[in-house]
Each structure stands twice: as C-alpha cells, then as structure tokens.
Design a binder for this molecule. Structure first.
Ligand SMILES: [Zn+2]
Ligand SMILES: [Zn+2]
Ligand SMILES: [Zn+2]
Length: 552
C-alpha cells in the first residue's frame, strides 16, 4: 500500500496493489490528485442549472443554453447540432507534436460547435437539462423518463413530483432525498416503498406515518409510536402541513429520534465487498457513491452497470474505462466527456459512435481520427504512442481535461453543488468564478405574508403573477401553473425560498461523498461511513451487520 499526498488538497490517499494493476493495465501513471479532487475536476465540466438566454451561433434564434454567450466556441440549438447538414471533421486541426497536445486540443475545442443543452427524446422540457425521454418537466436536471416533474436533480422514472433529489420510480413526492418507489411521500429521506407519509427517515414499506425513523412495514405511527387512525387524523388537524411551523416541528422531532436510533453507516443492498454510499447490486466496488450495478470498480459517482472502471462520474453502462464524465454505453475510454456508444478513444468530447479516436470533438461515426482529422489505421497507430509520450511529458496523460479547458466557472458547474466553495476558496484552488450568474433581484411585487394560506385559494389568478423575494438569498422567484396545482392538491405551504436555495438545502442533507472510519456504536469494530467526523458523536453509527440485527 502506497500512501500519497494529493498535490491539490494535501490529503493523504492510498494507492494499493489493485490500483497499480489497474493503472498499469490501461497504461496511465498513478494519479497525483486524490479521488475527491479528481471528481471535483470532472464535475467542473458539468453545468446542470446555470442557464442563459442567448442566440444560437448557427441560426441566430434565441435559445436556452447552459453556455454563457461569452464562451469561445459556437453554441447551436440542439436540433441544429443533430442535423445532418454538417460534419465536425471540417473543423480538423493538423497534429503538431512540437507543441503540447492539450494546447492543440484546446484550440479544436474552442472552434467546434456544441449543443446548447443535453436533452434527448424529451418534450416540453426546455428549462431542464440532461433529460432523456421526459415530458413536461421544469427545472429538473438529470431527468430520465419523468412526466410532469418540476424542480429536481436526479429524478428518474417518476411522475408528478416536485422539489426532489435522487428520487426514482415515485409519484407525488415532495421534498424527498434518496427515496425510491414511493407515493405521496413528503419531506423524507432514505425511504423506500412508503406511501402517504411525512418526515420519514430510513423507513421502508410504511403507510400513514409521520416523523418516524428506521421503521419497516408500519402504518399509523407518529414519531415511532403506534397511534389509532383517529389520533393520526387529530395530529394532522392540529399540525396541518400547509403550515410551515408544523413541518419544522415534525422534522425537528424526527431529527431528535434519528440521533437515538441506529444510523446506517452506508446505504445499499445486494452487495459484496463494497465501500461508499448508496450502492446496489455490486461487488468489489471501492469508494463509490450512488452506483447501481457494478464490479471491480473504484472512485465512481452517480453511475451504473460498471465493469473494471475507475473515476467515472454520471455514466451508465461503461466498461474498462478511466476518467469519464457523462459518457455511456462505451468501453475502453480514457478521459472522455459526453462520448456515447464508443470504444478505444481518448480525450474526446461530445462524440457519438467513435472508435480509435484521440482528442476529437463533436464527431459521429468515425474511426482513426486525431484532432478531428481522418488518418489511416497505420498512421493512427504510429501517432498515438507519440501523443501519449507528449502528454506524459506535459503531465496531462491520466488526468481529465485540465481545469482551464472547462467552459464553466466553479459556481456555474455542479462541482459547486456537491462541494460548495466560497469565491475566494475556489479562486485559491485555481478555479474561475462568475459574479454574473443569471438571477433577478428587486422585482418583487408582493410579500410572502400576503399570499393565500388556505390551499383552497391556491389559484393561477392569485399566484402566477406574484414575484417573491427568497427569504434566504434575496433573489426573486415565482411559480408555474403546474406547481400551484401541486401545492393545492397536496395541501402544502408555498415555499419561502427560491429553487436554488431549496435545491442546495436538499444537497446539504446528503453526507459529503468522502469516507471516514468510525467505530460501530454497537460492536466497536471499525466501519466506513460518509458521516463526517464532527457528526460521529451526534449519531449512533452502526456497521452493516449490527444495523441488520437491530433494524431488519
Ligand atoms: Zn485532493
Ligand atoms: Zn434563494
Ligand atoms: Zn457493528
């Protein structure tokens, strides 16, 4: 076991025998940055929700785009980018091995057109980004096969859900984090198959429960105590959730309870030999987070069906790959972004169905290309080892695209959602920062206290024209019609904060994706957990075996 010190954050990280085997097999040097800094660098290239109105660089029509109008490269409307009337090969650059390869790649990247948003097979989702097969979704980022969902991040296969984070296969959920297969579940976290419930944590198969923790297959429980149906109704009459004070009361009581109950060190199931959090159906997975399906992989985030891959963020179905962001159905890729249905390619961006390509941008259905230029197989195979040698010398081989190539400032990218930094901290770490993130201020035309309190009065004519001031950041926010109908249907209080603040509060409910060692509060054995060290005394953190003995 080698101990290394991260060149960016000074944290110690381990490089063990399996790591060395992996790096040697794919032919990259051992990393100089720790896994957390490596993921941070990849996330800097992903912008979900900082959206701009700008003209398409092709047609001039006004579009919604994740790229600020001042980025160097042309930004085209999605349909213009996907049209067959152009080929990115026409932007090719002649390889010059006397200058750093990454510099030439930057040049190509600065002139090749990009699509404005990453939305595929979706309808009426123009204010959402990274959607696939979705209908009528507003401000949902990372949105797969949803219908009528608003305000969320990683909401998949769901209907009529508002304000959620990491929610799958659910309906009518509100303010849920890491919940699955639930219906009309509100203000809950880490729950599965729960119905008509409020403020639950780590519950499964519960119906009509309020403020409970660690329950299985229960109904009519309030703060983990069995009540009658009448008592339950009485509680809701006394504490209606249309009153924000009731929600705060329930969540505070639930939090007290959470501190008394066994806290699961990591969430997941059907695993063998794994470490991380939110891991399902996996074996031999280390330091992975939000991974569904995988084997022999490490340092992967929000991905699925992984085989022998390291350093993967937001990629389903990849094998034998390293340092990928948002690429899918691909094999043997190194340092690629938005590359799909591809193989044996390196340092490429926004390419589809490529094979044996190096440093390409926007290509479709190509083989043996370097910097978008077509070569013969023999030429390609002769040049690639020389490029790798060039990149090894400059220290770029084995890393993701360098920070300077990201089209996003730190606070435009999702890096700032998962690892929030202050402006000064981001700049000290070498990231850019934007002071002009789109927002409105000072346009409010009413005060929150003047809004209707009775959900029966939530109507478009009362609320659609209202502009409010967020009680947290002071920016303006307003409502859409479907959202108003949702609050009315569930009888919820109208939010006092803007979408960005609501989203960040949900993000903050999740533990950071960093592992710490803790002594199990039951058996004393050392186990790994995402609970940060300062919280180890607040919760009774149990290892998986002890947790299963006590909870299920
Ligand atoms: Zn680091
Ligand atoms: Zn706000
Ligand atoms: Zn234990």
């Amino acid at each position: 076991m080698d101990k290394r010190k991260c060149k960016k954050c000074d944290t110690e990280f381990n490089v063990d025998e399996n790591d060395h085997i992996f790096y040697e097999r794919i032919g990259v040097p051992t990393p100089t940055f720790c896994p957390v800094c490596r993921n941070q660098q990849r996330m800097l290239f992903r912008n979900f929700k900082t959206l701009y109105k700008r003209p398409s660089s092709k047609s001039g029509k006004m579009i919604i785009s994740m790229y600020n109008p001042d980025v160097p490269f042309p930004v085209w409307d999605i349909s213009e980018w996907w049209a067959d009337d152009w080929d990115a090969i026409s932007y090719a650059i002649d390889l010059d091995l006397s200058i750093p390869f990454i510099k030439q790649l930057g040049e190509l990247s600065d002139k090749t057109p990009r699509y404005s948003m990453m939305n595929t097979k979706s309808n009426n989702c123009e204010y959402s980004n990274m959607t696939y097969g979705a209908n009528n979704c507003y401000l949902v980022f990372g949105c797969v096969e949803n219908e009528n969902c608003d305000y969320g991040h990683i909401v998949w296969y769901s209907r009529d859900c508002t304000d959620n984070l990491y929610v799958r296969k659910s309906e009518l959920c509100y303010e849920c984090v890491d919940c699955l297969e639930s219906n009309k579940l509100l203000y809950s976290q880490e729950c599965e198959s729960c119905v008509d419930s409020i403020g639950l944590y780590d519950c499964r198969g519960c119906v009509n429960c309020i403020g409970c923790v660690g329950l299985r297959q229960q109904s009519y429980n309030i703060f983990n105590k069995q009540v009658s149906k009448e008592e339950y109704q009485e509680f809701l009459t006394k504490h209606p959730i249309s009153d924000e004070a009731s929600v705060i009361y329930i969540l505070n009581k639930k939090e007290e309870l959470r501190k008394k109950m066994p806290a699961r060190a990591m969430f997941g199931s059907h695993n063998e030999n794994v470490s991380g959090d939110h891991i399902y159906n996996a074996h031999n997975i280390e330091q992975c987070f939000d991974v569904k399906g995988g084997e022999n992989s490490r340092y992967c985030y929000t991905s699925g069906n992984l085989i022998e891959s390291y350093d993967i963020s937001f990629n389903p179905d990849v094998q034998y790959s390293y340092q990928l962001l948002a690429s899918m159905r691909s094999t043997n890729l190194i340092s690629c972004h938005l590359v799909t249905d591809s193989s044996y390619s390196y340092f490429s961006d926004a390419c589809i169905n490529i094979k044996n390509c190096f440093g390409c941008c926007g290509l479709r259905n190509k083989e043996y290309c370097i910097l978008n230029k077509q070569y013969t197989k023999a030429e390609y195979e002769k040049l690639v080892p020389q490029i790798i040698e060039n990149m090894n010398k400059s220290g770029d081989w084995g890393n993701f695209f360098p920070v300077w190539m990201s089209p996003f400032a730190y606070n435009e990218s999702i890096a700032n959602e998962y690892m929030p930094l202050k402006k000064e901290e981001a700049i000290a770490l070498g990231f850019r920062w934007r002071d002009d993130i789109p927002h409105t201020k000072g346009q409010e035309n009413c005060e929150y206290k003047d809004l209707p309190k009775n959900s029966e009065e939530y109507k478009d004519e009362n609320l659609l024209n209202k502009i409010l001031k967020c009680e947290s950041c002071g920016n303006n926010y307003k409502f859409i019609s479907r959202e108003i109908a949702f609050y009315k249907r569930i009888k919820l209080a109208i939010p006092t904060k803007c979408f960005n603040c609501r989203h960040q509060e949900r993000m903050n409910k999740r533990n950071p994706r960093i592992l710490n060692e803790v002594n199990c509060a039951s058996c004393g054995n050392i186990t790994k957990t995402t609970y940060p060290k300062e919280k180890h005394n607040q919760y009774r953190i149990y290892c998986e075996d002890c947790y299963k003995k006590e909870i299920n």
